[in-house]
Design a protein around this ligand. Sequence first.
Ligand code: ARG
Length: 466
Amino acid sequence: MKLWGGRFTGEADAEFARFNASFAFDRRLLAADIEGSIAQAEALINVGILSADEAHKIIAALQEILRRAREDQAYLDSRESEDVHSFVEAELVALTGDVGYKLHTGRSRNDQVATDLRLFLRAEIDRTLPLIIAMQGALVALAEANFDCILPGYTHLQRAQPILLAHYLLAYFEMMKRDAMRLAEIRRRVNQLPLGAGALAGTGFAIDRQLIAERLGFAGLAENSLDAVSDRDFVIEFIGAAAIIMVHLSRLAEDLILYATTEFAFIELSDAVSTGSSLMPQKKNPDSLELIRGKAGRVFGHHAAMLATMKGLPLAYNKDMQEDKEALFDTLDTLRGCLQVMTTVLGNLRVNGERTRAAASVGYLNATDLADYLVRKGLEFRRAHEVVGRVVRQAIQQGRALEELPLEDYQQFSPLFSGDLFAALQLETSLANKPALGSTAPARVREALAKAKSELTMPTNLPEEA
Ligand code: ARG
């Protein structure tokens, strides 16, 4: 029996029926739908709609449906269904007889699908967090393995100041840390129960929603029935958080693509994550990273799509909201794929420390250290900046590095210069002279790395219980 046939005399247009159906994709909610339905069956005992026997019969049948679906993909296509909810009800009735028709008492597909989606997303967040942590682990491992590696830090993509590669990698660790925190926070808002809101006004039965919430591991209730069925903030928020993760992955991808060019040659990507050219035999292309960068756009698109879908909707449920699923599913698949591939890229990366060191040595990246040197000799920073600017200009004219100018030349610019300036110009000194917390001094980076490592196993990094 159709879920809504009684009022109709005409048949749905075949083209429209296909257009309306969501089973092709919302079958992904099957396990959640069954979990929610089991809780619904239990709740119906307490209000006298189901006897304990009937409820147990229904629950056993629901479990059987899930078992069959897991065993045999073709099972889901064994009957034409509008959506996952109608499939489950039809199969339930096939297994239990008419008692199965009682399960939907006091429930609407509106509170049902909202519940399914929240159960589903909660589990998916729990599967995604470990992938973020795995990628953080890969960043930490790469930083440890190349702790002494110095490379140019850039602003405006112009060589700026020398930094440790480990420091650079830990910048991405921080971004991922915020990403994990953001997901954990969103999870708290996902973890609210809509079931019992009915179609929009609440159910006609005194269902104990608190009990259902506890049974399903929800931390609380969606407290207004209209909001419960029409809210998709949690989908928008999640896709938004995924979009920010994709921004981070894409920026890292962009850096690594650049660093893998012959022009930079700071790193070499493993063959395992590269491809060749069908025409140019010498090519080794960073397709893995380009795809990560490219797929960011796709997740941004889902975010914009969901905002646009929701913005004009009158309360409460509208079928427009069925569009939430493909956006969410594709976001999850894309995000997880990118996290996994990036982890593999990082795990197989070779760093050319000689190249990066050479690059950090050319281009006056130690000019700021020279200005700091004059400040330590008592000059105001702005004046020191001016003096060093003039030194740099002369060095450029002569085609020399700062450490190649003779002391006599320096002393024409300022009497504060003496022989110890050359030590200040060395790469190692430049790094060591950044002692504040959060800086690239090796001592600071070592501490940061140890902290990062300990955070990999911290419980705050993991999803909260239930
Ligand atoms: N497939 C629908 C969706 O995803 C389920 C809810 C249908 N509700 C309704 N009133 N037609 O949104």
